[in-house]
Design a binder for this molecule. Structure first.
Ligand code: DON
Length: 564
C-alpha cells in the first residue's frame, strides 16, 4: 500500500513535481486564475486586501493588509499583540511554507508559573491581564511576509489598517457579545476600557471604535519595520506597561522573537493533495491522521449514521494523540512521521468497531480540549496563483483584555494554550501532557489549521477559528470539497465534533437528522447540541478546468468574500 502521507522534507522534489504537473498538465486546466479573491471575517479587511491587489500587490501583500486590518476591526479575534500561522504558496516556483508567527513564552516563564503553593492552578492568571500574554509574533510575521514575498512596501500594505484604526469601525451585535463576555477583564485595563467600552459599558451598536494609539503603533511598524515594535519607544512602552501590570516581559524577549519558516505538512486524500500546518499547530497532524483513517473506509456511500460514526471515531483517536504527543517541535520530540503514516492509521482503523462507539476511557492518554469563540481566518488568491491561508489569534475574545498603556496594543492570552499543569484543564477544558508544558521561549500548542486542498483540476484555500474544533471543522470543509462541493458548501456544511474527551459528539442544530442521532445513541455515542453554531470559515476555490474563482464567507459570521 502506498504511504499517502509524507512530510514535505522533499519539498523541492514536490515543488518540481507540481511545476511539472502544471507545466505539462493537459490544456483543460489553467495555470493561473482568471480572477483574484479574498474571503475574510470582516468586510473592511476583505476590502483592504482587494485594495492592495488593485494597487499591484500580490496575494502576500494582500495577506499583510488583511491581517493588519483584522487586527484593528476584529479586536476580539486577532491582533498585533498576538500571533498566527500564514500558509503560503508562491506560484512561480510552487514554493510552499508556513510562516510561524506564533507567540512564545517569555524567557522568565516557567512551567509552574500559574500554580499556587499547593500546586493548584490559579484561575484566571493565564487568561486575564499581562501575565497571560505570550510574546507577540504577528508584527514580525507581517514584516517578514512583506519583505520576503510581497511586491509592495510594507507601509503600503499597512495603510488600510492604519486608516481603519484612525477612522474607526462600527460596533455590531457580534462585537457587543464579545465585549459583554470579556467585560470584567476589559474594565481592569484603563486603556482597554477607554477604547473598547463606552463609560465602562458595552457600547451601543454603530458606536465608532477609534484606535489612535494603535494607529500610531502600526505607523511605527510601517516606518521602521520590525524595530517599530520590538525595539525603541514602542518596545519600551510595551515592557514597562506589561511589567507594571504584573507581567514578565523583557527587552530580550522582544529582541529575540523569531519568525520561523516551517516546512508544511503534505498528505493525500482521494487524489487530492492536502497542504497544512505543522507543529506548533496540532491541526495538520490531527487532520492527516483523521484523513488517513477515513481513507481506508468507503464511507462516502454509507448511510449517514455509519459515516458519522466512523468520522467521529477517527476524530476521537486523532485528538487522543494530540493531547498526548503534540507540542512545540523545537522543544519536544513530536512523532509527526509516525502519527501521519498510513500504517499508523491502519492500526487506528483496526481498533474501530463498526457498530459501537469506543469509550474514550478505553483509549489510554490524557484528557483534552473544547473550543472557544474567537480567532480569525482568511483566504486569498491572486491572478498569478499565489495563495495564502492564514489563521490568526489572540486566543480568548479580546485576548487578555489588557491594552498596554499608550500603545493601543491589546495583548493575547495565548499562554493559556500551554498546559499549565498536566491533567488540569485550561479555559477551554484543555488538558495537555508534558509535550505542551510551559518553557521559556517555547511556542504554545495551537489548533489553527490553515489548509490547501488541491488536485490537478481544483484548489481550495480554507481555515477557521474555533479553538479545538478548528481541526474537525477543517476536516468537514475538506470532505465537502473533495466530494465536489464549492466554496459555499465548504463554509456552510453542517458541523459535528468529537475531541476524545469529553466523550461526546458536539453538533450544530440540524447537523444530524433525528434518525441519525437515535442510531448514534444506539451505538453508544453521547450527543450534545451546540446552540449557536461554531466556527467562521473563509474559503476560496479555484476551478482550474473552467478557470473560475469563487469565494465564500461563513454565514455564521460577519465576513465577506469577494472575487475580483
Ligand atoms: O491557537 C489556538 O489553537 C487557539 N488559541 C485558538 C483559539 C480560538 O480559535 C478561539 N476560538 N474561536
Amino acid at each position: 500500500m502506498r504511504n499517502p502521507i509524507h512530510l514535505s522534507k522533499c519539498l523541492t522534489v514536490y515543488a518540481a513535481a507540481t511545476l511539472l504537473l502544471f507545466g505539462c498538465s493537459n490544456s483543460l486546466t489553467s495555470r493561473a486564475p482568471s480572477q483574484a479573491a479574498v474571503a475574510s471575517a470582516h468586510p473592511t479587511a476583505t476590502a483592504a486586501g482587494l485594495e492592495v491587489l488593485s494597487a499591484g500587490g500580490n496575494a502576500f501583500d494582500a495577506a499583510v493588509a488583511v491581517s493588519a486590518t483584522l487586527a484593528v476591526v476584529e479586536p476580539y479575534s486577532s491582533g498585533i499583540g498576538g500571533g498566527g500561522f500564514w500558509l503560503l504558496h508562491r506560484a512561480r516556483d510552487a514554493h510552499q511554507v508556513m510562516v510561524d508567527g506564533r507567540e512564545t513564552a517569555p524567557l522568565a516563564a516557567h512551567r509552574d508559573m500559574y500554580l499556587d503553593e499547593a500546586g493548584a492552578v490559579r484561575p484566571g492568571l493565564s487568561v486575564d491581564g499581562a501575565l497571560a500574554a505570550g510574546i507577540p509574533g504577528e508584527p514580525a510575521a507581517l514584516v517578514h511576509i512583506a519583505k520576503k514575498y510581497g511586491e509592495l512596501p510594507l507601509a503600503h500594505s499597512l495603510a488600510p489598517a492604519i486608516r481603519a484604526a484612525r477612522d474607526g469601525f462600527a460596533v455590531t451585535t457580534h462585537y457587543q457579545r464579545m465585549a459583554k463576555f470579556r467585560l470584567q477583564a476589559l474594565r481592569q485595563s484603563a486603556d482597554a476600557a477607554a477604547v473598547f467600552l463606552k463609560d465602562g459599558q458595552v457600547p451601543p451598536t454603530d458606536f465608532m471604535i477609534r484606535q489612535s494609539a494603535l494607529a500610531d503603533t502600526l505607523q511605527q511598524l510601517a516606518d521602521k519595520g520590525r524595530d517599530g515594535f520590538y525595539a525603541g519607544a514602542v518596545a519600551e512602552q510595551l515592557i514597562s506597561g506589561v511589567k507594571s501590570a504584573g507581567g514578565i516581559w523583557s527587552q530580550k524577549d522582544l529582541s529575540s522573537y523569531k519568525v520561523i519558516e516551517r516546512e508544511v505538512l503534505v498528505g493525500e486524500f482521494r487524489n487530492y493533495r492536502i497542504t497544512t500546518a505543522p507543529p506548533p499547530s496540532s491541526g495538520g497532524v490531527a487532520l492527516l491522521t483523521m484523513l488517513n483513517v477515513l481513507s481506508g473506509f468507503e464511507f462516502e456511500s454509507l448511510p449517514e449514521v455509519e459515516r458519522v460514526h466512523l468520522t467521529v471515531e477517527a476524530m476521537r483517536r486523532a485528538y487522543r494523540d494530540r493531547a498526548q504527543y503534540l507540542g512545540d517541535s523545537d522543544f519536544v520530540e513530536v512523532p509527526v512521521q509516525l502519527l501521519t503514516s498510513a500504517d499508523y492509521a491502519a492500526g487506528l482503523r483496526a481498533g474501530i468497531h463498526p457498530q459501537s462507539a469506543t469509550p474514550s476511557d478505553l483509549l489510554p492518554g490524557p484528557q483534552t480540549i473544547p473550543g472557544g469563540q474567537h480567532t480569525t481566518h482568511f483566504s486569498v488568491i491572486d491572478r498569478q496563483g499565489n495563495r495564502v491561508a492564514a489563521t490568526l489569534s489572540i486566543n480568548y475574545p479580546f485576548g487578555a483584555g489588557f491594552v498596554v498603556p499608550g500603545t493601543g496594543v491589546l495583548l493575547n492570552d495565548e499562554m493559556d494554550d500551554f498546559s499549565a499543569k498536566p491533567g488540569t484543564p485550561n479555559v477551554y477544558g484543555l488538558v495537555g501532557a508534558e509535550a505542551n508544558a510551559i518553557a521559556p521561549g517555547k511556542r504554545m500548542l495551537s489548533s489553527m489549521s490553515p489548509t490547501f486542498v488541491e488536485s490537478d483540476e481544483r484548489l481550495a484555500i480554507l481555515g477557521t477559528p474555533g479553538g479545538s474544533r478548528i481541526i474537525t471543522m477543517v476536516l468537514h470543509g475538506i470532505l465537502a470539497f473533495v466530494e465536489g462541493g464549492d466554496a459555499t458548501a465548504i463554509v456552510t456544511t453542517p458541523r459535528y465534533h468529537h475531541q476524545y474527551l469529553p466523550d461526546v459528539i458536539q453538533h450544530e442544530t440540524g447537523a444530524l437528522s433525528n434518525d441519525t442521532k437515535a442510531d448514534l445513541q444506539l451505538k453508544g455515542h453521547q450527543l450534545k447540541e451546540v446552540e449557536s453554531g461554531f466556527g467562521n470559515m473563509q474559503a476560496v476555490v479555484w476551478d482550474k478546468t473552467r478557470n473560475v474563482v469563487s469565494a465564500a464567507s461563513d454565514p455564521r459570521g460577519e465576513g465577506v468574500a469577494q472575487v475580483k
